[in-house]
Design a protein around this ligand. Structure first.
Ligand code: AMP
Length: 366
């Protein structure tokens, strides 16, 4: 088995669990560094498979397929965190798994995630775990309204959430969420939403990208503005939170942390993802090293590149039919267009993004 102190040399095979756009852009960055990529995904014709040498199409709990995958790759990572942690744990006998299944297990469960933050003294919104309608009624009294009921697992892009107001019937809200284990979270009257992405190598060396502002529409990321227009003090706090969490998890790879900044400059963790993140797509064109290249470097135990920003950047997500406007987008020479090769432009589906570049320090407004 591979000595964890050695680099995974260019020419080796990087195994990526998940076949979406994050896997696709990671595979392209890996190819640029001379690696070959093997994707494991349940989806036929996935965006990552279009640009990778091998793809295994099988269910995440297909142990035989997982075993064969693990035997054919030199390192395993993932581009999406809702993979059963058991699947990932099984792979640790076959190849280095970076980040570890323990990191995955923390980030895929809101109770574990928030407990992990709070135990490190890192603030979150006030929250309570709820597993029955009775517990929900008690939690509403304790946390108050407005608040948000979120499924503990498998929520993304605002899915699996119900807003709770003063007149909400707890039994109805519980039913609406599908009666699944959840947390009730106090509503944060934030000034701005930001995120920070930290890369960390196996020896603990870290590099953070600039803190960026994220604006959402209908619970889905709409635009990212790099850098965020926040004070140096808040920037330092946000970076410190990202690095503290990555270190405490002994994470190898990337950790994306979404944060709420309150009007009195408190920095609260909303959620984290142990992988490249939509709010880091701007780095493809605005930084010397993109999040995808940095991810590959960290996972392969190579030296990290500089995360320095050379241009201010605004990233716009292209959802559903927006992607059909590619010709119009390309007619502006300052737009950098990235499309994911998805055939069906369903409403709300992430089809691509545009990075628009500005002079460094010009503070674009989005
Ligand atoms: P999430 O899937 O938890 O990231 O939530 C999606 C979006 O809903 C966030 O980016 C926020 O804009 C909003 N949101 C989630 N939780 C809260 C909260 N506790 N207070 C205020 N807004 C929230």
């Amino acid at each position: 088995m591979h000595d964890p102190h050695d680099p995974i040399k260019p020419g080796s095979v990087i195994g990526i669990i998940g076949g979406g756009q994050l896997g696709r852009m990671t595979a392209v960055a890996a190819a640029e560094l001379g690696y070959r990529v093997h994707i494991f995904t349940p989806e036929d014709n996935s965006p990552a498979s279009h640009v990778s040498e091998h793809t295994t199409v099988a269910a995440y709990d297909d142990q035989d397929a997982i075993e064969a995958f693990g035997q054919n790759v030199d390192v395993v990572t993932f581009e999406f965190e809702n993979v059963p942690a058991e699947t990932v744990r099984h792979l640790t006998n076959l190849a280095p798994v970076r980040p570890s299944w323990e990191c995955l297990a923390i980030c895929q469960d809101r109770v574990r995630e928030k407990t992990f933050c709070n135990e490190l003294g890192i603030e979150t919104a006030p929250w309570k775990s709820v597993t029955t309608p009775e517990e929900l009624s008690a939690a509403i009294i304790e946390i108050g309204t407005p608040s948000i009921l979120k499924t503990t697992r498998l929520g993304y892009d605002g899915k699996g959430q119900v807003r709770i107001g003063p007149n909400t019937d707890p039994a109805q809200a519980w039913k609406e969420l599908g009666g699944r284990a959840a947390i009730l979270e106090g509503f944060v009257d934030f000034d701005v939403e930001v995120s920070v992405i930290t890369a960390r190598r196996p020896d603990g060396v870290m590099a953070s990208f600039d803190v960026v502002e994220n604006r959402h529409k209908d619970g889905i990321l709409d635009i990212t503005i790099a850098p965020a227009n926040i004070s140096d003090d808040v920037t330092q706090k946000a970076r410190a939170v990202g690095q503290k969490l990555a270190d405490a998890m002994d994470l190898v790879g990337l950790l994306a942390v979404e944060l709420f900044i309150t009007k009195n400059n408190h920095v609260l963790v909303n959620e984290m993802a142990p992988r490249p993140h939509n709010s880091g797509h701007w780095t493809q064109d605005g930084c010397i090293t993109s999040q995808f290249e940095q991810f590959v470097r960290a996972v392969a135990n190579l030296p990290l590149g500089t995360s320095q920003r050379h241009s201010d950047t605004v990233m716009h997500n292209l959802l559903g039919e927006d992607a059909n406007l590619w010709e119009q987008q390309l007619s502006d020479p300052n737009n950098k267009l990235h499309l994911y090769g998805k055939a069906q432009p369903r409403t709300g589906r992430k089809m691509g993004h545009i990075n628009r570049l500005y002079a460094k320090g010009s503070q674009p407004k989005g």
